[in-house]
Write a protein that binds this ligand. Structure first.
Ligand code: PLP
Length: 392
């Protein structure tokens, strides 16, 4: 099997499993307990928090553990909205048309509460423009949320400029960085982001653990209520072994960043070079590799369904994914593809390949050759079908 669906989830690193297992079998105390077993657990939680803070170059007490990226995004947006309401700030939020549902969902919920939400358009390559952001910002704007890198099309936004723009106007700036950890350099001492979300399973920790970063003095209020864990912001007994795991995964992501980055850029080039030979294929997202997630290539093949491509690849042992899903027999292009301006016909053939540090250049080359053959044969069948229909 050649696994090229790392934007969906990643394999848990062996080093991560080794480090987390003792916290299930031996040191399984509650970090809030004051006895030895509890203290040992507390120490492990503190240690993991430090490792995550080191990856993001921020202070340790700016890191909160959550259960996933979805919860981190919800807690940041709804928590800041609560704070804005309690402090008489404006009820206008700006986001984009290409956000993940875990950002779109809370935005729609806020609309239901009477907030005005602006969904910024993107250009053909998925970029948000600073001009557009400026044009839509008003005295009522209290929250801006723009994702760092898009899961479907790999486009990486100019987050530093957007965060600076928000800071100059004293507006809370949140970014969904779930796809960015380990792939892009995140330096929170340099980029003035107010809040950021990460998810462990996207960088080789298990599912069920996420990170919420909140800059000091940038208040958000809790959206769930319970005990005092995670400074009362995300209460609930800590998922000890998962927290240890995300700490180790963060440490490895930092240590191996340069080496993985270089390899993933080579892999992107290999994918692009081979897939360019497919008749009619249109790459989606940024055309510049410097503005894409490394190791991530996405495209559409007009006339061919994305899910059909995924299934053909699967038969050859290659795991990839499609941005269009079949709902009750109707192929539905995603909101992201529609926002790029693709027609329904073009968008239904959308596919994404996403590599990680676990992939080798050799297996990616093999997958690129196999996929190019599959796509060429599917494209020819589709165009033969089309000319038959035209003649009939
Ligand atoms: N944001 C983006 C960009 C994602 O790709 C995902 C997961 O696919 C999420 C948020 C949600 O993360 P989680 O699966 O941890 O809830």
């Amino acid at each position: 099997m050649i696994y090229l669906d790392n934007s969906a989830t990643t394999r848990v690193r062996e080093e991560v499993i080794d480090e987390m297992l003792p916290y299930l079998s031996r040191s399984w105390g509650n970090p809030s307990s004051i006895h030895a077993l509890g203290r040992e657990s507390k120490e492990a939680v503190n240690d993991a928090r430090q490792r995550v803070a080191a990856l993001l170059n921020c202070d340790v007490d700016e890191i909160y553990f959550s259960s996933c990226g979805t919860l981190s995004n919800n807690a940041a947006l709804l928590g800041r909205a609560r704070f804005a309401e309690a402090n008489g700030k404006g009820r206008h939020l700006i986001t984009t048309q290409i956000e993940h549902p875990s950002v779109i969902g809370p935005c729609q919920y806020l609309e239901g509460l009477g907030w005005r939400v602006t969904y910024l358009p993107v250009n053909r390559e998925g970029f948000v423009s600073l001009k557009e952001l400026e044009k839509n910002t008003t005295a009522e704007t209290s929250i801006i949320s723009i994702m760092w890198a898009n899961n479907e099309i790999g486009t990486v936004q100019d987050i530093a400029s957007f965060a600076k723009f928000a800071k100059e106007r004293n507006i809370f700036f949140h970014t969904d960085a779930v796809q960015s950890a380990g792939k892009l350099s995140i330096d929170l001492k340099v980029v003035p982001i107010s809040a950021l979300a990460l998810s462990g399973h996207k960088f080789h920790a298990p599912k069920g653990i996420g990170i919420l970063y909140v800059r000091k003095l940038q208040n958000i209020m809790p959206i769930i209520f319970g005990g005092g864990q995670e400074m009362g912001l995300l209460p609930g007994t800590e998922a000890l072994s998962n927290i240890v795991a995300i700490g180790k995964a963060a440490e490895l992501a930092g240590l191996e960043f340069e080496q993985n980055h270089e390899k993933l850029i080579v892999i992107s080039k290999i994918f692009k070079q081979h897939l360019s030979q497919v008749d009619g294929l249109i790459f989606t997202g940024s055309s510049l590799l410097t503005h894409r997630l490394p190791g991530h290539i996405s495209f559409v093949l007009p006339g061919v369904e994305g899910e059909a491509i995924v299934m053909r690849a699967d038969l050859k042992g290659i795991c990839i994914s499609s941005g269009s899903a079949c709902h009750q027999g109707i192929i539905e292009p995603s909101q992201v593809l529609k926002a790029l301006g693709l027609s329904n016909e073009q968008a239904k053939g959308s596919v994404r390949l996403s590599a990680s540090g676990y992939n080798t250049i050799e297996e990616c080359t093999e997958a690129a050759v196999l996929l190019t053959n599959i796509l060429n044969s599917m494209a020819h069948t589709a165009s033969a079908q089309l000319s038959k229909n035209v003649m009939a």
